[in-house]
Design a protein around this ligand. Structure first.
Ligand code: ADP
Length: 612
């Protein structure tokens, strides 16, 4: 496999990780993450505990008993009076008592408040959002604190998973009702840091940069929720007042018809939760320290890239079912991480890893598919080429064999053959069998050379002497065709490798140049050291004024047995093997061969070699 393929795979995997991260930040990705969060929330509920809080409910029955909504203050005053003997630890009232100063029940309610330990009242944002709607002073003066209960009803899917512990209107900041109640119960103050709020010994992880948001751990269904006792119920069952002993009481409206702020929770099955229960759940989250913290982005990103890397490695090292098993493992890991993290109180987003693994495995599988196809194609073409070579070789070998067969048959059949004729036949047999042997030898050596089986000597030798020797050997051929063999002055330079093989290569170029050139032309051999940037290079060129080749042919002349049409028509004998050997030799020497040619004008073959 080529290096480029690895780079492509690495880039694909990096892209998958990045795309997984980016896509999960879209609104749709966020929506999926929330669904996954709800799923894990239901899958891994906390172990049941004994809640600190009880709800003092103004339900349908209470409202009708006290004469509708206007009787709510009287109902609350009644309720508080009834539970007071039990001694609740604190009472948080989720009713906005900012208006109706003339209500007949106000003095009674104020009196009930006066007798209530750790009373926390509520405030809401003014409609213009520029200030707070606070309890009437007659109530306010009995409260230990006032907490805000503003409901954000603009959530995307109406499921309440988290909420800010602080809200600011103008310059006036208020803590959430549940947090104020917790402070009142503990009798401590808040120490703020950018990352969390410290309340006594309880550290609430809620970063300032996120608006002090915390996730609410609702009481799981197995606990049956936080206990409700309706005010009307206390009339029928006065003994139930004891349920409030030492409890943190959240008093508010639960009647379906009267509550404005109702919420879905990850547990609720279409049944909304009244706001008062929501505050009690937030209180439990803080009091039980059941905090769910978001995983840091850097860790999520790191895991995404690791997952992509895993998918890439699976398809790099394996194929078929093994690669698929590898991919399946990355999918499992991507699903297991959010679940494991959740069980340890960390909210790990589901989308980035899932998307990354999906993208990475598909990309890696596609990459593998393409690579396999390419390798298959290469193997196929190699096979075709080999079959073609074999056909050529057999065809070539047949010519001398036929001559040998024919001549030997003639000699044996005609015993009374004249001596001269017999000698001529014997010489022909000898010549043809030598040619056969030579062809077999070249054929085998090129096969061995390309298979890397041929031993190559490693010695230092001067290129000049090699060229001169080749030129001396080729000169008779040139002279026979009246071709001038021009040997330019060669710079002294040594290369390292197999001298004999190099001589074979240079000689081949020279004889080809002579073979494929008409008479009365010139063949020029020149050599030069590479330019300033390539001083360790030597270029040896053999230029002729012969038949030349067109571009398409140049691309094929190094194939075994390939001969151009012009070469065939020239009548020059050849096998089409020589150049493939030359190329192998040059490559084995760490060099390259370049060809420039023009039909009818000539060719230039250049060997680019490394200097020793
Ligand atoms: P052969 O010469 O035995 O045919 P080679 O492998 O040496 O085999 O060369 C392959 C083919 O390349 C030749 O048949 C010829 O078509 C082409 N060729 C090689 N050298 C030259 C040249 N100098 N000028 C034109 N064609 C050439």
């Amino acid at each position: 496999m080529q290096r480029k393929s690895y780079v492509v795979l690495a880039a694909l995997m990096f892209g998958a990780g990045l795309a997984g991260l980016c896509l999960s930040w879209t609104a749709l990705g966020h929506q999926f993450d929330q669904q996954a969060y709800d799923f894990l929330f239901r899958l891994e509920p906390p172990a049941p505990w004994q809640p600190d809080s009880v709800i003092l409910a103004i339900d349908e029955e209470t409202i009708s008993k006290y004469g509708g909504l206007t009787g709510m203050r009287a109902a609350l005053a009644d309720g508080l009076e009834k539970i007071r003997p039990a001694g609740p630890a604190a009472v948080a009232v989720d009713l906005i008592l900012a208006d109706d100063p003339g209500n007949a029940a106000n003095p009674r309610l104020a009196a009930a408040f006066a007798g209530t330990r750790n009373l926390v009242l509520s405030c809401d944002l003014l409609p213009d959002g520029k200030g707070w709607e606070d309890p009437l002073p007659e109530f306010r003066k009995h409260a230990a604190a006032v907490g805000e209960v503003h409901a954000d009803l603009d959530k995307l899917d109406a499921v309440s998973r988290d909420l800010p512990l602080e809200k600011v209107a103008g310059h006036d900041r208020r803590w959430a009702l549940a947090l104020e109640t917790f402070l009142a119960v503990r009798g401590v103050d808040i120490t703020e840091s950018p990352r969390d709020l410290l309340v006594g010994t309880t550290r609430i992880p809620s970063a300032d940069s996120d608006g002090r948001v915390i996730r609410i751990r609702y009481t799981p269904p197995s606990m049956g929720g936080i206990r409700h006792v309706a005010i009307a119920e206390l009339d029928r069952h006065p003994e139930k007042a004891s349920l409030f002993a030492n409890k943190v009481v959240f008093a508010g409206v639960t009647a379906q018809t009267a509550v404005r702020d109702r919420w879905m929770t990850p547990y609720s099955n279409g049944i909304a939760m009244p706001g008062i229960e929501f505050h009690a759940n937030l209180y439990e989250t803080i009091a039980q320290r059941m905090f769910l913290v978001d995983a840091p982005l850097t860790e999520v990103a790191g895991v995404c890239f690791l997952l992509a890397g895993g998918a890439g490695l699976a398809f790099l090292f394996f194929s078929g079912w093994q690669a698929n098993v590898g991919a399946a493992i990355t999918v499992l890991v991507s699903q297991a991480i959010p679940a494991l993290a959740f069980s340890r109180g960390t909210v790990w987003p589901w989308m980035p890893g899932t998307l990354t693994v999906l993208l990475a495995t598909s990309a890696a599988a596609a990459w593998r598919h393409l690579i396999v196809r390419r390798e298959l194609r290469a193997a196929e073409s190699e096979k075709n080429r080999y079959q073609r070579s074999m056909q050529f070789a057999i065809h070539e070998l047949r010519t001398p064999l036929t001559a040998i067969q024919g001549s030997s048959e003639l000699i044996s059949r005609y015993g009374s053959m004249p001596e001269a004729k017999r000698k001529e036949m014997a010489e022909l047999i000898n010549k043809e069998s030598k040619r056969l042997a030579r062809m077999i030898e070249t054929f085998l050596s090129v096969e061995r050379l390309s298979a890397g089986q041929m031993e190559m000597k490693q010695e230092r030798f001067g290129l000049g002497p090699v060229v001169v020797r080749c030129a001396d050997r080729a000169r008779p051929l040139a002279e026979a065709k009246n071709i001038t063999l021009d040997l330019a002055e060669l710079p002294p330079c040594e290369i390292s490798g197999d001298r004999e093989l190099m001589e074979y290569a240079v000689y081949n170029l020279l004889t080809n140049a002579i073979k494929y050139s008409p008479a009365e032309t010139r063949v020029t051999v020149a050599a030069g050291i590479g330019d300033d940037n390539n001083r360790d290079q030597v270029r040896l060129s053999v230029q002729d004024q012969g038949i030349g080749m067109d571009k398409k042919e140049v691309g094929r002349i190094f194939e075994k047995f390939y001969r151009t049409k012009r070469a065939e028509q020239s009548g020059e004998a050849g096998t089409g093997i020589g150049l493939s050997i030359v190329e192998q030799i040059v490559v084995q020497h760490g060099g390259a061969i370049q060809v420039e040619s023009e039909p009818g004008r000539g060719s230039r073959f250049t060997l680019v070699l490394k200097r020793a």
